[in-house]
Design a protein around this ligand. Structure first.
Ligand SMILES: Cc1cc2nc3c(=O)[nH]c(=O)nc-3n(C[C@H](O)[C@H](O)[C@H](O)COP(=O)(O)O)c2cc1C
Length: 317
């Protein structure tokens, strides 16, 4: 019997490798009321090898986090079964299997989007998760309406037969990276083919793109890149749907959020230097609306201390 873990019109902050740390997830909860937020993809091999490291670095669920989805990566049902038990004990509220990562390094290990080329194995992987946890189980896929073998339909059948609780569909083919426009038709196909909730993912960043995604009939949306540096985005989109006013943080407040994010990274990583290196990757997102964005990002790229980062924020925001 399938759990129905998702309220109507769910808003989810999706997994982003190198971004979805506890500090990032905490900020989403502080500024929005998402249905849940995800960790980045975590290798089951690493979970089995060093669960303590995984708990401290990647899961580390904070009291501010009401619902945390842990995203796993594996192609071996037995390994996935064990990792599912471990992350359930660590406090995962939902568990997802990554079936969408297009990276060569991931596909060459038969994981990520490569899993979609073996629907039978995918069935056993979903069962391995379902049989080893009481929390809802999902998979996150990319789409393929171009191939001759009716790929989307095969995946929909497997997802339903294996008893996944819901499906997340990123509307791009694995060869399409992140810039090709998202295929809403493919997402609508999964919505019509499945009785379980389907979450649409791809390019949702404003009311217009949200409307396009919701027109697929999806049960909710997953935000990816647009949520980075804008932890209020889900609250803003929810307000827009209700035609309610929403005041975005102003420039100085955004800089404060960026600095708070970095401070929390210092606590998480136990190193100011590593945290500032991590913050370099976040700068372009927090600075997306400032006038001298490129200059700011170049300066942050040479920055090694929190105090310099703070001065740069004062100067540019
Ligand atoms: C830097 C980066 C890291 C990502 N890491 C993951 C990941 O760990 N797991 C995953 O399922 N998807 C990952 N994705 C894909 C996103 O979750 C999302 O599916 C994709 O960005 C499309 O959504 P968007 O257009 O709203 O960004 C990543 C994407 C980017 C750009």
């Amino acid at each position: 019997m399938s759990n129905h873990p998702l309220p109507k019109q769910s808003f989810i902050q999706g997994p982003l490798a190198g971004v979805s740390t506890t500090p990032f997830r905490e900020l989403v909860w502080q500024y929005s009321q998402p249905t849940f937020v995800s960790t980045e993809m975590i290798s089951c091999k690493t979970i089995l090898h060093d669960p303590q490291f995984i708990q401290q670095r990647f899961i580390n669920k904070s009291p501010l986090e009401k619902k945390l989805s842990v995203q796993l990566s594996s192609h071996e049902p037995a390994e996935l079964a064990q990792a599912t038990k471990i992350v359930t004990d660590m406090g995962a509220d939902l568990i997802d299997l990554n079936c969408g990562c297009p990276k060569k390094k991931i596909r060459s290990k038969n994981t990520g989007s490569k899993l979609l080329s073996d629907p039978q194995k995918l069935y056993y992987l979903i069962r391995a998760m379902k049989d080893n946890t009481h929390v809802p189980v999902s998979i996150k896929i990319r789409v393929d309406s171009q191939s001759d073998d009716n790929f989307n339909a095969q995946i929909a059948t497997v997802v339903a037969d294996a008893g996944a609780d819901f499906l997340v569909v990123h509307g791009r083919h694995w060869t399409q990276g992140y810039e090709t426009p998202c295929s809403y038709d493919d997402i609508a196909f999964f919505v019509s083919a499945l009785a379980i909730p389907v979450i649409g993912n791809g390019d949702v960043a404003c009311k217009a793109s949200l409307d396009k995604m919701l027109a697929t009939g999806c049960a909710g949306v997953m935000i990816g890149r647009a949520g980075v540096g804008q932890p209020w985005l889900i609250a803003q989109l929810q307000a827009a749907l209700l035609n309610q006013p929403f005041s975005k943080p102003h420039s100085k407040q955004i800089a404060e959020i960026f600095l708070l994010h970095t401070k929390r990274l210092i606590n998480l990583l136990g190193s100011e230097r590593f945290a500032v290196f991590h913050a370099r990757k976040l700068a372009k997102y927090y600075a997306r609306d400032i006038f001298n964005k490129t200059e700011f990002c170049d300066a942050v790229n040479n920055c090694e201390s929190f105090s310099t980062l703070k001065s740069l924020c004062t100067q540019y925001f």
